[in-house]
Design a protein around this ligand. Structure first.
Ligand SMILES: C[S@@+](CC[C@H](N)C(=O)[O-])C[C@H]1O[C@@H](n2cnc3c(N)ncnc32)[C@H](O)[C@@H]1O
Length: 295
């Protein structure tokens, strides 16, 4: 289904968004403060810095900070430490199954100095890493669409668990309506990863309520929520039933709407190539990497 033509055009960005152009999360003071957070994470350095800056300097305590796909708590810790430093007392919600395969334990946890342990359960580990912020923390353990959002406004929403197209649609329906127009950031952690081409298509379809404001390498693109996320916008944004041709058209349109200065065309080309290499696949871990482009 293509995007309905009735989707209204996004309003201009608030003046406060000029701050994103200066990349304040790269300031030495933010880089140094973030570097003191030692919780292991799969995020790249600039992504970690962005999470910390967003929680400390963008957020004002207007709503909760929600981390969908917390793993051992690395991304969550950047939110929690930032919120604590800001002093606005935001509640931090960590969602995950909180399980890890042996290979992931080795690659991420043991490599970061965690002592080897039996079994797949990483909830106790995440809780121990996040103990310094225990009073702010709320844990949601299981499959995210089964857990949903208990209610209330969300000021920061990080999505690192939209690995399946159907889950992507359910996350949008359950969490996006809680975002605050003109204030909330939707941090699409996997936006530029070739294995999840539906994310760019989703954000293009929801362009009347979301404007891209920041890119943090490797893969993160953050969007400001610019309008209430209504049932019509959720419906327009559904991508799980879209054909490959529809996704391709939406991804290309999203590419053209991203600021040219971010220089993301090659990344989006890889996403397009991945979709072509994997017709009909809508599960990230079933996607095969696309062939390398000709020199
Ligand atoms: C790439 S990892 C997240 C990394 C994390 N943000 C960090 O800072 O290290 C993705 C996480 O999403 C979780 N996840 C993926 N799909 C999920 C779902 N449907 N429900 C709950 N958790 C899910 C996985 O268990 C995994 O821990």
């Amino acid at each position: 289904m293509s995007t309905p033509s009735s989707v209204p055009v996004a309003p201009p960005l608030p003046e406060a968004c000029a701050v994103f152009d200066t990349k304040p999360w790269r300031a030495p003071e933010i880089v140094a403060a973030e570097a003191r957070i030692t919780v292991p994470t799969m995020l790249a350095p600039q992504e970690r810095q962005f999470y910390y800056w967003a929680a400390r300097d963008w957020a004002r305590g207007a709503g909760a900070q929600v981390d969908l796909g917390a793993f051992a708590g690395g991304s969550t810790a950047r939110f929690a430490a930032g919120a604590q430093a800001a002093g606005h007392g935001a509640t931090i919600h960590a969602y995950d199954r909180f399980t890890a395969k042996e290979q992931t334990k080795q690659n991420v946890l043991y490599a970061a100095g965690v002592a080897p342990f039996e079994g797949r359960d990483i909830l106790p580990l995440a809780q121990s890493f996040l103990a310094p912020w225990a009073a702010q923390m709320r844990y949601h353990v299981g499959h995210i669409p089964d857990l949903g959002w208990p209610g209330g406004k969300i000021e920061l929403l990080a999505v690192d668990a939209a690995k399946i197209a159907t889950t992507t649609d359910l996350i949008a329906a359950q969490f996006f309506p809680a975002l605050i127009p003109g204030r909330s950031l939707l941090i699409q952690q996997d936006f530029l990863h070739w294995s999840q081409p539906w994310l760019a298509a989703q954000m293009w379809r929801m362009r009347s309520a979301f404007a891209p404001v920041a890119h943090a390498p490797r893969d993160t693109v953050a969007f400001l929520c610019t309008a209430p996320v209504t049932p019509e916008i959720i419906e327009a944004g559904r991508i799980s039933q879209a054909s490959d041709a529809e996704l391709l058209a939406d991804i290309r349109a999203m590419r053209d709407a991203l600021p040219a200065a971010w220089g993301l065309n090659a990344r989006i080309r890889k996403t397009v190539a991945a979709l072509r290499t994997n017709p009909g696949v809508r599960i990230a871990w079933q996607m095969q990497p696309p062939p390398a482009p000709a020199p």
